[in-house]
Design a protein around this ligand. Structure first.
Ligand SMILES: [Cu+2]
Length: 471
Protein backbone atom coordinates (compact mmCIF):
# COMPACT_ATOMS: atom_id res chain seq x y z
CA UNK A 1 0.00 0.00 0.00
CA UNK A 2 1.32 3.45 -0.90
CA UNK A 3 0.66 6.01 1.79
CA UNK A 4 0.46 9.72 1.42
CA UNK A 5 3.84 10.05 3.05
CA UNK A 6 5.40 7.56 0.63
CA UNK A 7 4.20 9.73 -2.21
CA UNK A 8 5.56 12.83 -0.57
CA UNK A 9 8.90 11.20 0.10
CA UNK A 10 9.30 9.76 -3.38
CA UNK A 11 8.51 13.20 -4.71
CA UNK A 12 11.43 14.75 -2.88
CA UNK A 13 13.90 11.96 -3.47
CA UNK A 14 15.80 13.95 -6.08
CA UNK A 15 15.94 17.16 -4.06
CA UNK A 16 19.34 18.24 -2.90
CA UNK A 17 18.00 21.25 -1.06
CA UNK A 18 14.91 21.59 1.05
CA UNK A 19 14.46 25.16 -0.07
CA UNK A 20 14.53 24.15 -3.72
CA UNK A 21 12.02 21.39 -3.37
CA UNK A 22 8.54 22.34 -4.51
CA UNK A 23 6.76 19.52 -2.76
CA UNK A 24 8.20 20.60 0.53
CA UNK A 25 6.68 24.04 0.25
CA UNK A 26 3.12 22.76 0.13
CA UNK A 27 1.20 20.58 2.52
CA UNK A 28 -2.39 19.67 1.92
CA UNK A 29 -3.23 19.47 5.59
CA UNK A 30 -1.46 20.32 8.80
CA UNK A 31 1.20 17.68 8.34
CA UNK A 32 4.74 18.97 8.23
CA UNK A 33 6.88 18.93 5.08
CA UNK A 34 8.94 15.73 5.10
CA UNK A 35 12.06 14.59 3.32
CA UNK A 36 13.80 11.19 3.23
CA UNK A 37 17.44 12.09 3.81
CA UNK A 38 19.09 8.71 4.47
CA UNK A 39 22.49 8.37 2.73
CA UNK A 40 21.81 11.59 0.84
CA UNK A 41 23.40 15.02 1.13
CA UNK A 42 20.93 17.82 1.81
CA UNK A 43 21.21 21.54 2.52
CA UNK A 44 19.26 23.34 5.22
CA UNK A 45 19.31 27.11 4.82
CA UNK A 46 18.59 29.09 7.96
CA UNK A 47 17.12 32.33 6.74
CA UNK A 48 14.55 34.98 7.61
CA UNK A 49 11.30 34.21 5.81
CA UNK A 50 7.80 35.68 5.95
CA UNK A 51 5.43 33.55 7.96
CA UNK A 52 1.68 34.08 8.12
CA UNK A 53 0.52 32.28 11.26
CA UNK A 54 -2.91 33.91 11.40
CA UNK A 55 -4.75 34.93 8.22
CA UNK A 56 -5.53 38.50 9.32
CA UNK A 57 -2.13 39.41 10.72
CA UNK A 58 0.82 40.85 8.84
CA UNK A 59 3.45 38.17 8.08
CA UNK A 60 6.08 37.66 10.76
CA UNK A 61 9.86 37.89 10.21
CA UNK A 62 10.36 34.24 11.09
CA UNK A 63 13.71 32.43 11.03
CA UNK A 64 13.20 29.03 9.42
CA UNK A 65 15.09 26.06 7.98
CA UNK A 66 12.64 25.80 5.06
CA UNK A 67 9.98 27.81 3.30
CA UNK A 68 7.53 26.93 6.07
CA UNK A 69 8.06 25.92 9.68
CA UNK A 70 9.51 22.68 10.87
CA UNK A 71 10.94 20.36 8.20
CA UNK A 72 10.84 16.68 9.13
CA UNK A 73 13.99 14.78 8.16
CA UNK A 74 13.49 11.02 8.02
CA UNK A 75 16.03 8.28 7.70
CA UNK A 76 16.13 4.60 8.47
CA UNK A 77 18.21 3.24 11.32
CA UNK A 78 21.71 2.59 9.96
CA UNK A 79 21.51 5.22 7.25
CA UNK A 80 23.84 8.21 7.30
CA UNK A 81 22.72 11.75 8.00
CA UNK A 82 24.50 14.34 5.90
CA UNK A 83 23.16 17.86 6.36
CA UNK A 84 24.91 21.06 5.37
CA UNK A 85 23.70 24.04 7.38
CA UNK A 86 23.92 27.21 5.32
CA UNK A 87 23.61 30.31 7.50
CA UNK A 88 21.83 33.19 5.80
CA UNK A 89 20.86 34.80 9.08
CA UNK A 90 22.46 38.02 10.32
CA UNK A 91 23.97 36.26 13.35
CA UNK A 92 25.80 33.01 13.99
CA UNK A 93 24.03 29.72 14.56
CA UNK A 94 24.53 25.95 14.66
CA UNK A 95 22.41 22.79 14.76
CA UNK A 96 22.13 20.66 17.87
CA UNK A 97 20.62 17.19 17.22
CA UNK A 98 18.60 16.92 20.40
CA UNK A 99 18.60 13.44 21.93
CA UNK A 100 20.94 11.86 19.37
CA UNK A 101 23.96 9.99 20.74
CA UNK A 102 26.13 11.23 17.92
CA UNK A 103 29.84 12.03 17.83
CA UNK A 104 30.83 15.06 19.91
CA UNK A 105 32.00 17.12 16.93
CA UNK A 106 28.48 16.92 15.44
CA UNK A 107 26.64 18.04 18.60
CA UNK A 108 26.34 21.65 17.49
CA UNK A 109 27.21 23.56 20.66
CA UNK A 110 29.17 26.72 19.78
CA UNK A 111 32.56 26.99 21.48
CA UNK A 112 32.15 23.61 23.18
CA UNK A 113 31.98 21.21 20.21
CA UNK A 114 32.45 23.46 17.18
CA UNK A 115 33.01 27.06 16.25
CA UNK A 116 29.76 28.87 15.48
CA UNK A 117 28.59 29.02 11.86
CA UNK A 118 28.98 32.68 10.96
CA UNK A 119 26.59 34.57 8.65
CA UNK A 120 27.29 33.51 5.08
CA UNK A 121 29.15 30.37 6.17
CA UNK A 122 28.28 26.67 6.08
CA UNK A 123 28.89 23.66 8.29
CA UNK A 124 28.36 20.02 7.35
CA UNK A 125 26.93 17.59 9.88
CA UNK A 126 27.62 14.01 8.90
CA UNK A 127 27.18 10.88 11.04
CA UNK A 128 25.07 7.75 11.44
CA UNK A 129 22.50 8.19 14.23
CA UNK A 130 22.85 5.07 16.36
CA UNK A 131 19.30 4.80 17.69
CA UNK A 132 15.83 4.77 16.16
CA UNK A 133 13.40 7.30 17.57
CA UNK A 134 11.80 10.72 17.59
CA UNK A 135 14.37 13.50 17.80
CA UNK A 136 14.48 17.16 16.89
CA UNK A 137 17.02 19.81 16.04
CA UNK A 138 17.52 23.46 16.89
CA UNK A 139 20.29 26.04 17.46
CA UNK A 140 22.26 26.22 20.71
CA UNK A 141 23.14 29.90 20.97
CA UNK A 142 20.78 32.86 21.38
CA UNK A 143 18.39 29.96 21.59
CA UNK A 144 15.35 31.73 23.02
CA UNK A 145 15.24 34.03 20.01
CA UNK A 146 16.36 31.54 17.34
CA UNK A 147 13.86 28.88 18.44
CA UNK A 148 11.29 31.55 19.22
CA UNK A 149 11.42 32.77 15.62
CA UNK A 150 11.01 29.23 14.30
CA UNK A 151 14.39 27.47 13.94
CA UNK A 152 13.14 23.97 14.76
CA UNK A 153 12.89 20.74 12.79
CA UNK A 154 12.20 17.06 13.51
CA UNK A 155 14.62 14.19 12.97
CA UNK A 156 12.95 10.79 12.73
CA UNK A 157 15.08 7.64 12.71
CA UNK A 158 12.78 4.82 11.67
CA UNK A 159 12.72 1.15 12.39
CA UNK A 160 9.24 -0.35 12.75
CA UNK A 161 6.53 0.97 10.43
CA UNK A 162 3.02 1.86 11.41
CA UNK A 163 -0.09 2.22 9.25
CA UNK A 164 0.32 5.96 9.67
CA UNK A 165 2.96 8.09 11.34
CA UNK A 166 2.27 11.73 12.26
CA UNK A 167 4.89 14.17 13.57
CA UNK A 168 3.43 16.84 15.86
CA UNK A 169 5.57 19.78 16.91
CA UNK A 170 4.14 21.71 19.84
CA UNK A 171 5.39 25.27 19.80
CA UNK A 172 3.87 28.54 20.91
CA UNK A 173 4.64 31.95 19.47
CA UNK A 174 5.08 35.16 21.41
CA UNK A 175 2.95 37.78 19.65
CA UNK A 176 1.53 41.13 20.71
CA UNK A 177 -2.06 42.19 19.99
CA UNK A 178 -1.07 43.30 16.48
CA UNK A 179 0.54 39.96 15.72
CA UNK A 180 4.16 41.13 16.01
CA UNK A 181 6.86 39.22 17.86
CA UNK A 182 7.21 40.04 21.54
CA UNK A 183 10.67 39.88 23.19
CA UNK A 184 11.82 36.27 23.40
CA UNK A 185 13.61 36.65 26.71
CA UNK A 186 12.38 38.82 29.56
CA UNK A 187 13.86 39.25 33.02
CA UNK A 188 10.47 38.65 34.62
CA UNK A 189 9.97 35.45 32.62
CA UNK A 190 13.52 34.17 32.94
CA UNK A 191 13.47 34.60 36.72
CA UNK A 192 10.16 32.71 36.97
CA UNK A 193 8.72 29.95 34.77
CA UNK A 194 9.75 31.54 31.45
CA UNK A 195 8.10 33.96 29.01
CA UNK A 196 5.13 32.07 27.65
CA UNK A 197 3.89 32.20 24.09
CA UNK A 198 0.57 33.86 23.36
CA UNK A 199 -0.46 31.72 20.36
CA UNK A 200 -0.43 27.97 20.84
CA UNK A 201 0.17 25.88 17.73
CA UNK A 202 0.79 22.34 16.61
CA UNK A 203 2.83 22.15 13.38
CA UNK A 204 2.63 25.94 13.20
CA UNK A 205 -1.17 26.03 13.19
CA UNK A 206 -3.63 26.76 15.99
CA UNK A 207 -5.63 23.60 16.84
CA UNK A 208 -5.24 21.99 13.39
CA UNK A 209 -7.35 19.16 11.99
CA UNK A 210 -5.16 16.38 10.66
CA UNK A 211 -6.46 13.56 8.48
CA UNK A 212 -5.18 10.11 9.45
CA UNK A 213 -5.85 6.57 8.31
CA UNK A 214 -8.89 4.87 9.82
CA UNK A 215 -9.11 1.41 11.43
CA UNK A 216 -5.37 1.66 11.90
CA UNK A 217 -2.59 1.86 14.43
CA UNK A 218 -1.46 5.46 14.08
CA UNK A 219 1.83 6.55 15.58
CA UNK A 220 1.71 10.07 16.96
CA UNK A 221 5.14 11.57 17.59
CA UNK A 222 4.74 14.49 20.01
CA UNK A 223 7.68 16.88 20.22
CA UNK A 224 7.59 19.72 22.73
CA UNK A 225 9.74 22.31 20.96
CA UNK A 226 8.41 25.20 22.98
CA UNK A 227 11.13 27.04 24.92
CA UNK A 228 8.88 27.43 27.96
CA UNK A 229 5.58 25.59 28.23
CA UNK A 230 5.04 22.28 30.02
CA UNK A 231 2.02 20.51 28.53
CA UNK A 232 0.06 17.77 30.27
CA UNK A 233 -0.79 15.83 27.16
CA UNK A 234 -3.72 13.46 26.85
CA UNK A 235 -5.85 11.86 24.15
CA UNK A 236 -9.64 12.01 24.04
CA UNK A 237 -11.74 9.81 21.74
CA UNK A 238 -9.53 6.72 21.47
CA UNK A 239 -7.36 4.40 23.51
CA UNK A 240 -3.77 5.58 23.38
CA UNK A 241 -0.65 3.71 24.49
CA UNK A 242 2.70 5.25 25.29
CA UNK A 243 5.24 3.38 23.16
CA UNK A 244 8.33 5.58 23.45
CA UNK A 245 9.67 8.36 25.65
CA UNK A 246 12.22 10.76 24.12
CA UNK A 247 12.38 8.27 21.24
CA UNK A 248 13.25 5.34 23.51
CA UNK A 249 10.87 2.38 23.28
CA UNK A 250 9.05 1.39 26.46
CA UNK A 251 6.83 -1.59 27.22
CA UNK A 252 3.56 -0.06 26.00
CA UNK A 253 1.26 1.28 28.71
CA UNK A 254 -2.08 3.09 28.57
CA UNK A 255 -1.77 6.86 28.45
CA UNK A 256 -3.61 8.75 31.14
CA UNK A 257 -1.79 12.05 30.80
CA UNK A 258 1.93 12.70 30.42
CA UNK A 259 3.68 15.85 31.50
CA UNK A 260 5.73 16.92 28.51
CA UNK A 261 8.27 19.62 29.29
CA UNK A 262 10.31 21.58 26.77
CA UNK A 263 12.68 19.30 24.86
CA UNK A 264 10.71 16.14 25.69
CA UNK A 265 9.04 13.78 23.21
CA UNK A 266 6.33 11.16 23.55
CA UNK A 267 5.36 8.52 20.99
CA UNK A 268 1.80 7.24 21.16
CA UNK A 269 0.04 4.40 19.35
CA UNK A 270 -3.62 5.22 18.79
CA UNK A 271 -6.21 2.86 17.36
CA UNK A 272 -8.44 4.84 15.00
CA UNK A 273 -12.02 4.24 13.89
CA UNK A 274 -13.45 5.64 10.70
CA UNK A 275 -14.92 9.15 11.07
CA UNK A 276 -14.47 9.23 14.84
CA UNK A 277 -12.48 12.32 15.81
CA UNK A 278 -9.59 11.98 18.21
CA UNK A 279 -8.38 15.01 20.15
CA UNK A 280 -4.99 15.87 21.56
CA UNK A 281 -5.49 17.97 24.68
CA UNK A 282 -3.39 19.80 27.24
CA UNK A 283 -4.87 19.18 30.69
CA UNK A 284 -2.43 21.46 32.50
CA UNK A 285 -4.96 24.30 32.80
CA UNK A 286 -8.32 24.10 34.57
CA UNK A 287 -10.05 23.91 31.19
CA UNK A 288 -8.33 21.45 28.82
CA UNK A 289 -6.80 23.19 25.80
CA UNK A 290 -7.42 21.62 22.39
CA UNK A 291 -4.08 21.18 20.63
CA UNK A 292 -5.09 19.17 17.55
CA UNK A 293 -7.89 17.00 16.17
CA UNK A 294 -7.32 13.83 14.16
CA UNK A 295 -9.84 12.91 11.53
CA UNK A 296 -9.56 9.20 10.58
CA UNK A 297 -10.58 8.67 6.95
CA UNK A 298 -9.26 6.12 4.42
CA UNK A 299 -9.38 2.75 6.11
CA UNK A 300 -6.33 0.55 6.30
CA UNK A 301 -6.11 -3.12 7.18
CA UNK A 302 -4.09 -2.40 10.27
CA UNK A 303 -0.96 -4.17 11.40
CA UNK A 304 -2.36 -4.87 14.86
CA UNK A 305 0.99 -4.52 16.58
CA UNK A 306 2.24 -1.43 18.32
CA UNK A 307 5.32 -2.58 20.18
CA UNK A 308 8.83 -1.35 19.45
CA UNK A 309 12.27 -2.85 20.03
CA UNK A 310 13.41 -1.93 23.52
CA UNK A 311 16.95 -1.37 24.74
CA UNK A 312 17.73 -3.05 28.09
CA UNK A 313 18.55 -0.76 31.02
CA UNK A 314 22.23 -0.64 31.98
CA UNK A 315 23.48 -1.99 35.29
CA UNK A 316 24.30 0.89 37.63
CA UNK A 317 25.95 -1.11 40.40
CA UNK A 318 29.17 0.52 41.51
CA UNK A 319 28.21 3.83 39.88
CA UNK A 320 29.73 7.15 40.96
CA UNK A 321 26.89 8.94 42.72
CA UNK A 322 26.39 12.66 43.11
CA UNK A 323 23.64 15.09 44.09
CA UNK A 324 23.08 17.63 41.33
CA UNK A 325 21.53 20.76 42.82
CA UNK A 326 19.10 22.88 40.82
CA UNK A 327 19.19 26.27 42.45
CA UNK A 328 17.94 29.81 42.16
CA UNK A 329 20.23 32.78 42.54
CA UNK A 330 23.66 33.76 41.32
CA UNK A 331 26.96 32.02 41.83
CA UNK A 332 29.60 34.62 42.57
CA UNK A 333 32.45 32.12 42.64
CA UNK A 334 33.06 31.48 38.95
CA UNK A 335 36.82 31.13 38.60
CA UNK A 336 38.34 34.18 36.90
CA UNK A 337 40.56 32.08 34.61
CA UNK A 338 38.91 28.78 33.73
CA UNK A 339 40.87 26.47 31.44
CA UNK A 340 40.48 26.72 27.65
CA UNK A 341 38.15 24.30 25.87
CA UNK A 342 39.58 21.81 23.38
CA UNK A 343 37.16 21.17 20.51
CA UNK A 344 36.81 17.64 19.08
CA UNK A 345 38.87 18.72 16.05
CA UNK A 346 41.74 19.83 18.31
CA UNK A 347 41.23 23.57 18.09
CA UNK A 348 41.38 25.48 21.34
CA UNK A 349 38.70 27.96 22.35
CA UNK A 350 39.07 30.44 25.15
CA UNK A 351 36.63 33.21 24.23
CA UNK A 352 32.94 32.84 24.78
CA UNK A 353 30.49 34.89 22.77
CA UNK A 354 27.99 37.24 24.30
CA UNK A 355 25.31 35.94 21.92
CA UNK A 356 25.25 32.69 23.87
CA UNK A 357 24.61 34.50 27.10
CA UNK A 358 21.72 36.45 28.39
CA UNK A 359 21.15 39.47 30.52
CA UNK A 360 21.71 38.53 34.13
CA UNK A 361 21.76 35.21 35.90
CA UNK A 362 18.96 33.79 37.97
CA UNK A 363 19.70 30.06 38.14
CA UNK A 364 22.43 27.66 39.14
CA UNK A 365 23.35 24.09 38.28
CA UNK A 366 25.31 22.31 40.97
CA UNK A 367 25.77 25.66 42.71
CA UNK A 368 27.27 27.31 39.63
CA UNK A 369 25.80 29.74 37.13
CA UNK A 370 26.89 29.70 33.51
CA UNK A 371 28.92 32.93 33.48
CA UNK A 372 27.29 36.12 32.41
CA UNK A 373 28.36 38.04 29.36
CA UNK A 374 31.18 39.89 31.08
CA UNK A 375 33.18 36.78 31.83
CA UNK A 376 34.16 36.14 28.20
CA UNK A 377 35.32 32.67 29.15
CA UNK A 378 33.62 29.33 29.19
CA UNK A 379 33.36 27.85 32.68
CA UNK A 380 35.29 24.76 33.73
CA UNK A 381 33.46 21.43 33.44
CA UNK A 382 31.14 20.36 36.24
CA UNK A 383 32.44 16.78 36.00
CA UNK A 384 35.12 14.77 34.25
CA UNK A 385 34.55 11.06 33.62
CA UNK A 386 36.60 8.23 32.25
CA UNK A 387 34.95 6.63 29.25
CA UNK A 388 32.60 3.87 30.34
CA UNK A 389 32.14 5.20 33.87
CA UNK A 390 28.69 4.62 35.34
CA UNK A 391 27.06 7.68 36.87
CA UNK A 392 24.03 8.21 39.09
CA UNK A 393 22.78 11.75 39.65
CA UNK A 394 20.21 12.61 42.31
CA UNK A 395 18.78 15.77 40.79
CA UNK A 396 17.55 17.89 43.66
CA UNK A 397 15.31 20.82 42.76
CA UNK A 398 15.17 23.29 45.64
CA UNK A 399 13.53 25.98 43.48
CA UNK A 400 9.86 26.87 43.06
CA UNK A 401 9.91 26.12 39.31
CA UNK A 402 9.96 22.93 37.26
CA UNK A 403 13.10 22.24 35.23
CA UNK A 404 13.34 19.79 32.30
CA UNK A 405 16.99 18.75 32.56
CA UNK A 406 18.56 17.71 29.24
CA UNK A 407 21.79 15.80 28.81
CA UNK A 408 23.70 15.76 25.53
CA UNK A 409 25.20 12.79 23.73
CA UNK A 410 23.81 10.17 26.11
CA UNK A 411 20.60 8.44 27.06
CA UNK A 412 19.87 8.35 30.77
CA UNK A 413 17.67 6.01 32.73
CA UNK A 414 15.08 7.73 34.92
CA UNK A 415 15.26 5.51 37.99
CA UNK A 416 12.97 7.18 40.52
CA UNK A 417 11.18 10.42 41.32
CA UNK A 418 9.89 11.70 44.64
CA UNK A 419 6.75 13.49 43.43
CA UNK A 420 5.59 12.71 39.87
CA UNK A 421 5.27 8.95 39.43
CA UNK A 422 6.65 7.54 36.20
CA UNK A 423 7.93 4.14 35.13
CA UNK A 424 11.64 3.45 34.89
CA UNK A 425 12.44 4.57 31.37
CA UNK A 426 15.20 5.88 29.13
CA UNK A 427 15.20 9.58 28.25
CA UNK A 428 17.45 12.50 27.38
CA UNK A 429 15.31 15.14 29.13
CA UNK A 430 13.75 14.62 32.54
CA UNK A 431 11.24 16.92 34.17
CA UNK A 432 12.08 17.78 37.78
CA UNK A 433 9.19 19.40 39.62
CA UNK A 434 9.57 22.08 42.32
CA UNK A 435 11.08 20.53 45.43
CA UNK A 436 11.35 17.17 43.69
CA UNK A 437 14.29 14.76 43.73
CA UNK A 438 14.72 12.66 40.60
CA UNK A 439 17.39 9.99 40.32
CA UNK A 440 18.87 9.24 36.93
CA UNK A 441 21.73 7.06 35.75
CA UNK A 442 23.79 6.96 32.61
CA UNK A 443 26.90 5.34 31.25
CA UNK A 444 29.44 7.99 30.26
CA UNK A 445 30.44 6.15 27.10
CA UNK A 446 30.61 8.94 24.51
CA UNK A 447 33.91 10.89 24.64
CA UNK A 448 33.95 14.67 24.37
CA UNK A 449 32.47 17.84 25.84
CA UNK A 450 28.77 17.50 26.64
CA UNK A 451 26.16 19.98 27.84
CA UNK A 452 23.76 19.40 30.68
CA UNK A 453 21.15 22.11 31.14
CA UNK A 454 17.57 23.11 31.76
CA UNK A 455 15.48 23.13 28.56
CA UNK A 456 13.33 26.04 29.70
CA UNK A 457 15.52 28.08 27.41
CA UNK A 458 15.39 31.25 29.49
CA UNK A 459 16.58 29.25 32.51
CA UNK A 460 19.39 27.79 30.39
CA UNK A 461 20.38 31.24 29.16
CA UNK A 462 20.36 32.77 32.64
CA UNK A 463 22.57 30.28 34.38
CA UNK A 464 21.15 26.74 34.58
CA UNK A 465 23.66 25.19 32.23
CA UNK A 466 26.92 23.33 32.59
CA UNK A 467 29.08 20.79 30.80
CA UNK A 468 31.04 17.66 31.52
CA UNK A 469 34.02 16.03 29.87
CA UNK A 470 34.52 12.36 29.03
CA UNK A 471 38.05 11.32 28.16
CU1 LIG B 1 14.61 25.40 34.29
Amino acid sequence: MITRRDMLLSGVAACASLAGCALLSETRDARLPEAAIGNRQIVLTARQRSLALLPNDAPLPAWLYGEQPFPVLRLKKGEALSVTLRNELSEHTSIHWHGVRGPNGMDGVPYLTQLPVQPGAEFSYSFVPPDAGTFFFHPHCNTAEQMGRGLVGALIVEDETFDDDVVLILKDWRLDEKGRFLPFLTASGASRGGSFGTLRTVNGRPAPRIATRARAFVRLRLINADPTRIAQTGIDGAEASVIAVDGNAVAPFALDTWRLGPGMRLDLAVRTQRNKDIRLLDYFAAEPVLLATFDPRDASHGSGDASLNQTPQPDFSGAWRHTLELGAGVDANTPPNPPPIVLPDGRIVDLADSLCLAAGTFWTLDGKSWPDRDHKKLPPPLFSFRRGERVILDIDNSTSRAHPIHIHGHTMTVLSASLLPRPVHRADTVLVLPNERVTIGFVADNPGNWMIHCHVIEHQETGMMGWFHIS
